[in-house]
Design a protein around this ligand. Structure first.
Ligand code: UD1
Length: 429
């Protein structure tokens, strides 16, 4: 298994191109199954999760073609992929494929809407809590689907099509909003989703569906209205920038000091995060093409953070922020409200010398004078990158084991950080 070796050294300086968002690319690739015509996605990141989803889509009969290099593009430009779901030949998503990544469960939406049936294994994915699927089942049943569970599979049927309805999510869910929006696009009549997720990736999916001929309004608000149409057509769409990747690098440079330009990302995607970083000591400058994050000399101040659905502080940046606060001048409280078991990075950060105590969903982080390099274990996608952030300022060498977690969600991480002066290398096995 590959390892990443980080040697703590000076500040980061340079430009980092921000990739297309994993969490937008995945639902977009699933939504393309709603149409017989082609969907061309630009700015698709090179990630293990994207490759896993391609394997799942292939199993349903989807073809794809990756465009080669073009003039003016670099290895860090996202890929353009042409997808075609002209014919769906299999409506089952088997355990071997779905268990690798939770989001692949979302194929249930388009399969059910277009084919009238879906048999999808209950999902796997990051071990960050129980992550149930009740909201998917409830909301699809509200559209008239007949749903049962047997032997670890969900069977969903709607032989006469889905019917528009008014549905209120009892809890905000990104994935369930994606799926209900996809399914309702081809339902008969109008669907109103209340308490919908506001995340930029939901807006990105809705924008793409509209480009495919869907009639969706209210994107980015908690009430989304979808007038069902008979068919969707082909389209071309550019995947929105990855606010979690951008937030991660913003935290890295806030940790090390220096000045990094995050190219291709806009502040409205993660304003709460930028505000928090300013509070702890970063300077932020925004222009049309991206965001400059700088910290020169100033000590890091502590800050309390509570994760919330968008536009609140994202749970996907909680671990990275905790890493940052391990070096703050004082004590910070970090409260996780989205997932119940998302503190696995705490014991690994402690191996580097961090002072963190846990009480239920609240972590209290007392800043220390210095961290020390050690062997650590990547436990989930975002937790693993928090270890890299800590390692960038730790004394000596840190080895991060099990980096396949990082490859699921961070495109060219070592390359991007090395170009800004970090000492980070991958040791291939
Ligand atoms: C998505 C993101 C993930 C992010 C999360 C929250 C992708 C591919 N993943 O995950 O990176 O951390 O949003 O921003 O976009 N829940 C239920 N029942 C359900 C579904 C969800 O109780 O049927 C709960 C979950 O356990 C969790 C909360 O709702 O406590 C929010 O989860 P959700 O927004 O659904 O996360 P995902 O879509 O899986």
């Amino acid at each position: 298994m590959d390892k990443i070796l980080v040697t703590g050294n000076g500040p980061l300086n340079g430009t980092i191109p921000i990739s297309g968002a994993k969490n937008a690319a995945l639902p977009l690739m699933i939504a393309l199954m709603l149409s017989e015509e082609s969907l061309v996605l630009e700015n698709v990141p090179r990630l293990a999760d994207v490759d896993s989803l391609i394997r799942i889509l292939e199993n349903h009969g989807i073809d794809y073609r990756v465009e080669g290099k073009r003039r003016g593009t670099s290895e860090m430009s996202g890929r353009t992929i042409h997808f075609s779901a002209a014919e769906i030949i299999d409506t089952t998503a088997p355990y071997e494929l779905v268990s690798k990544m939770r989001a692949s469960f979302w194929v249930i939406g388009p399969l059910l809407a277009r084919m009238g049936e879906a048999r999808v294994s209950l999902p796997g994915g990051c071990a960050i809590g129980t992550r149930p699927v009740d909201l998917f089942i409830d909301s699809l049943a509200a559209l008239g689907a007949d749903i049962s569970i047997d032997h670890g599979y969900i069977n969903a049927f709607a032989p006469n099509g889905l019917k528009g309805t008014r549905y209120r999510f009892p809890k905000v869910s990104v994935g369930a909003t994606h799926v209900l929006m996809m399914a309702a696009s081809l339902a008969k009549g109008t669907t109103t989703i209340e308490n919908a997720a506001l995340e930029p990736e939901v807006v990105d999916l809705g924008t793409c569906l509209n480009a495919m001929g869907a009639k969706i309004s209210g994107l980015g608000t908690s009430t989304i209205t979808i007038e069902g149409v008979e068919k969707l057509h082909g389209a071309r769409h550019r995947v929105v920038a990855d606010r979690i990747e951008a937030g991660t690098f913003a935290m890295a440079v806030t940790m090390t000091g220096g000045e990094v330009y995050l190219k291709g990302v806009q502040p409205h995607l993660f304003q709460t995060v930028l505000d928090t970083l300013e509070k702890v000591g970063a300077e932020i400058e925004v222009d049309e093409g991206g965001i400059k994050v700088r910290r020169n000399g100033r000590a890091l101040s502590p800050a309390n953070v509570t994760t919330e659905p968008f536009p609140g502080f994202p749970t996907d940046l909680q671990a990275q922020f905790m890493a940052l606060m391990t070096r703050a001048n004082g004590t910070s409280e970090i409260t996780e409200t989205i997932f119940e078991n998302r503190f696995m990075h705490v014991q690994e950060l402690a191996r580097l010398g961090a002072d963190i105590s846990l009480d239920g969903q609240k972590a209290t982080v007392t800043g220390v004078e210095g961290l020390n390099g050690a062997e650590v274990m990547a436990t989930d996608l975002r937790a693993s990158v928090s270890l890299v952030i800590a390692a960038l300022v730790a004394d000596g060498e840190t080895t991060v084991n099990r980096v396949y977690h990082l490859d699921r969600g961070f495109e060219l991480l070592e390359e991007k950080l090395s170009k800004c002066g970090a000492k980070i290398v991958r040791i291939r096995d």
